[in-house]
Design a protein around this ligand. Structure first.
Ligand code: C2E
Ligand code: MG
Ligand code: MG
Ligand code: MG
Length: 285
């Protein structure tokens, strides 16, 4: 597969300017091919949701799960969301993709709710373009009704970027989610460029500390200070806080001693297929 090989060659050839235009060409071609393939992916049933546990460290029980999309590409195998979400955003397909994920996650969440009668949260990522659709709230509402998913069990993850422009629509949609009883989490908190003032205006429920602040937290005092501040900010605003990307016992200890009790990361569990999560739930819910 020539264009894919070129794409990978890019990694090795970095800094070698002779390859620059060839690299760029290959990358553009690869993106175009993925974009064409993405248009067919929903109908061809190539997407799957993986679920990653969010664990309450106080009792080692499941507090919730995050739905993370996976794409089984017919020839390239598993393509990571970091590769295709950006492409889907640039061509607008992200709205259909997000809505597919939201629907499946609500179908699953409704079933888990009936089976376990537990209020654990199913979190779904919503891209900025999707969040700003005029019928965003109608779609959420219709999906909750259609699937029987209780609003209180759904959490919507948005990034700070949502709150930076078109403030009116963001305000309306956040208020409407609150009225529905749907949770809102700020994903990758601290990595956007928005001001903290939005926390005063917008009613959100949860801050998710970005993994970039946690990778080196064991050695890096700046990271420690930032993470302490985020946790304290959350506490003072009565928000929930989740540490994302915890892989080691040292990282875990660092966030727990600072007062963060909900953890999502490979230390506990990687994102996993639904059937595997359901086994996991029997033990940890
Ligand atoms: P995110 O929403 O911040 O999701 C967390 C990412 O961190 C996931 O990557 C997860 O697998 C990864 N992660 C969790 N714990 C660890 C850890 O301990 N170590 C490491 N190295 N990684 C960890 P994933 O699944 O590859 O997704 C990447 C991003 O793609 C997501 O970041 C989200 O921004 C986006 N994404 C995924 N699914 C969807 C979707 O359905 N819709 C939209 N709009 N975006 C999605
Ligand atoms: Mg997320
Ligand atoms: Mg994140
Ligand atoms: Mg992200």
């Amino acid at each position: 597969n020539a264009d894919l090989a070129m794409y990978h060659a890019k990694e090795e050839g970095r800094g070698n300017f002779q390859y620059y235009s060839a690299e760029r060409n290959a990358e553009a071609l690869y993106h175009l091919r993925l974009e064409a393939d993405l248009h067919k992916a929903i109908a061809a049933n190539e997407f799957e949701i993986y679920y990653q546990p969010q664990v309450n460290v106080d009792n080692n029980r499941l507090a919730g799960v995050e739905a993370l999309i996976r794409w089984h590409h017919p020839s390239d195998g598993l393509v990571r969301p970091d590769v295709f979400i950006g492409i889907a955003e640039s061509c607008g397909l992200i709205v259909d993709i997000d809505r597919w994920v939201l629907t499946q996650a609500c179908i699953d969440g409704a079933r888990w709710y009936k089976e376990y009668q537990q209020d654990f949260l199913v979190s779904v990522n919503v891209s900025t373009m999707h969040f700003r659709q005029p019928d965003f709230i109608d779609f959420i509402n219709a999906t909750l009704h259609r699937t029987g998913m209780p609003a209180k069990c759904l959490s919507i993850e948005i990034t700070e970027g949502v709150l930076m422009r078109e403030i009116d629509i963001a305000t309306q949609h956040l208020l409407a989610l609150k009225q529905l009883g749907v949770d809102v989490a700020i994903d990758d908190f601290g990595t956007g460029y928005s001001s903290l003032a939005y926390l005063r205006t917008f009613k959100v429920n949860t801050l998710k500390i970005d993994r970039s602040f946690l990778i080196h937290i064991d050695q890096n005092q700046a990271d420690q200070a930032i993470v302490s501040s985020i946790i304290e900010l959350a506490r003072n605003l009565s928000l929930e806080v989740i540490a994302e990307g915890i892989e080691t016992p040292e990282q875990l200890a660092q966030v727990v001693k600072r007062g963060c009790h909900i953890i999502q990361g490979y230390y506990f569990a990687k994102p996993m297929p639904k059937a595997e999560l359901e086994q996991h739930m029997k033990q940890y819910l």
